[in-house]
Ligand binder design. Sequence first.
Ligand code: ATP
Ligand code: MG
Length: 680
Amino acid sequence: KTSKIEDFKSVLNPAQWDAVTTMEGPLLVVAGAGTGKTRVIEYRCLYMIENGILPEQILLLTFTRKAAREMLGRASLHDPRCRKIEGGTFHSFAYRLIRQYKSVLGLGDIISFLDEADSADLLHLLAAKAGFLEDKSRFPKKDTLRAVLSMSTNRNQPIRDVLAKDYPHFVPLSAPLEELRKMYTQFKLERNLIDYDDMLIYLKFLLENTAINEKAAAHFRYVMVDEFQDTNKIQADIVYSLGARHNNCMAVGDDTQSIYSFRGAYYKNMFEFPKRFPDTKIIKLEYNYRSTQPILDVANAVIEGEKQKYSKVLFTTQPGDEKPTLSYFKDAFSEAEWVAHKIKEYRDEGVPLGSLGVLYRSNYLSLPVQLALSKLNIPFAVFGGMKFIETAHVKDVMAFLKAHHNPKDEISIARILMLLDGIGPRTAERVKEIILGADTQRLEADLALVVKSAEARRELLKLAELFRLLPGIETIEKKIKKVIQFYTPILKKKFDDYPARQEDLEAFVEISSGYTSLEQFLVDFVTIEPPERSVLEAEGKKEDERPVTLSTVHSAKGLEWEVVFVIALVDGSIPVSYALDDEEAIEEERRLLYVAVTRARKYLHFSLHNEGRNGGMSSFNRLSRFVSEPRVLEKIRTDYAWYEDEGFALDQTGTRRMDKDELYRKLTDYFEMDNGKDYF
Ligand code: ATP
Ligand code: MG
């Protein structure tokens, strides 16, 4: 046994060893990215077991179930008993305790759990019952209702404040929403229903019960939490309760990496911990094992401007010969193509695809890379992402294009018709032919025969007009713009979160500009490998058997790759545009970039493209404000006449952007031309 313990010592530095061997009492490991925090937990589990502590007595709480599985999986390679450690998320732990102690909570014998979709449906039902939906267009949709209530619970904030921050246009509805929450709570209680957020609250309640608290403390004598900076207040209270009797709580985290405040995470939990456990031993780890020094230089430069932090600078002795690079491209398309080719180069040099990661702020940004990789037949998995091409709004727009491309595509036509007000499946069936028929003369008369509602007829005429226009429009980009113009009012009616979806559609337009054939465009989209399947295939495989990873920065937490690409590094993306008028939100964006940078082991590539969403010649994208230290980067390539990044690049926050038409009008005015066309 002792020999095993000696083995551990040789793969840990003195500070890590100190943390691993401090078994009793409160312990806080505060350390930057890649300093081996997660490794400390792994070896601490092992060390405890080698010292006679039973695996059942250890509780390990992680951010995802997968994280716990992987940590305990690695530990059990050394000692199979580690498999028996209780490991999982706060929710999975809550689930177990609630089932066991439901009677203590006053719940009946048969309880059931609501998933997020169930909660949303239920809220919708109750809102209808209460008469809130009489004017549907003015009331939040069901997913929004769920999100608002959940945020209010997790942030421990009144509904009004949540609305003011995230949905200001719904603030006047604060009172009815409070009302709705009461109905919802009552409804759930009467039927023993428990939703996702209730689980945490119930766990907290349970642990406040003296008898249960005693039992839990006697059973779980050692509690460890990874990624403590991203716990919310309820979760931190749960940890404090669990440790109240024996004090054997260990939290591990990095306040510089807190990136989930939008979900109610409270990074100040890191600073509260020593207050809640007065004798906390604090251990800092400073040596970074993950990345080379040039990468850490970039990470340090990104975080330098941050205000509140445990002062820490990352360092390593791994020299690394390559400075991280920064590349500019003309558009999203050429950027993605470059990334894909670079990935191919790495692969050809023998780097396994699983050692390559592409990170981005928002899901839609990954689409061009998905396309470019598909073209080169390079397998990839998408983490933490919705499937862009399977989202309702993208499917809607695709339906227009498909119907235009192939008027016999009945499925697409039906989808479009169902988007219009006042048209049900039966009418849709009848008018399909009429809409796409060649006979425009008789259109109105024909419609009058089958469609009673005047409003529906107006909508149908507009649609027919759209399909009449599309063939005459030259470029695919312009066709899509036209479709989106038609679709936007529908989008706004259909989705409360339409601004984010609009961004997706703008990305769509941007991508289309790289195509000259509509058919090719449609084919490329349909042939993207379904990300869902590829994620399943990637899970549980070793790095050299995995495909390339595409991931949002949020979902890349705690992970690492040999080579990391961070794409679309522009102001408006990181920091994301909706954070720009909120100082705290901007700081969170800064930490997000820090997380992205510190995922890289050896090579890091930043890239960005010009030609903003508005597509106009006057819209320049500006390099992210967080990358202000060009010294630490190597500018490697420019395929576009780019203005110097520093110097005359002014802050464009809040600047209204012109499009070409407007510029054209301005010019014609300026030159006092009656018909400017003669000049151009
Ligand atoms: P993050 O903040 O990103 O979650 P972390 O602090 O949890 O990072 P780990 O993931 O535990 O860091 O470790 C980062 C990398 O360094 C891993 O590849 C790990 O195996 C390696 N590592 C950690 N400690 C040591 C050590 N003492 N000797 C060698 N390699 C180490
Ligand atoms: Mg970690």
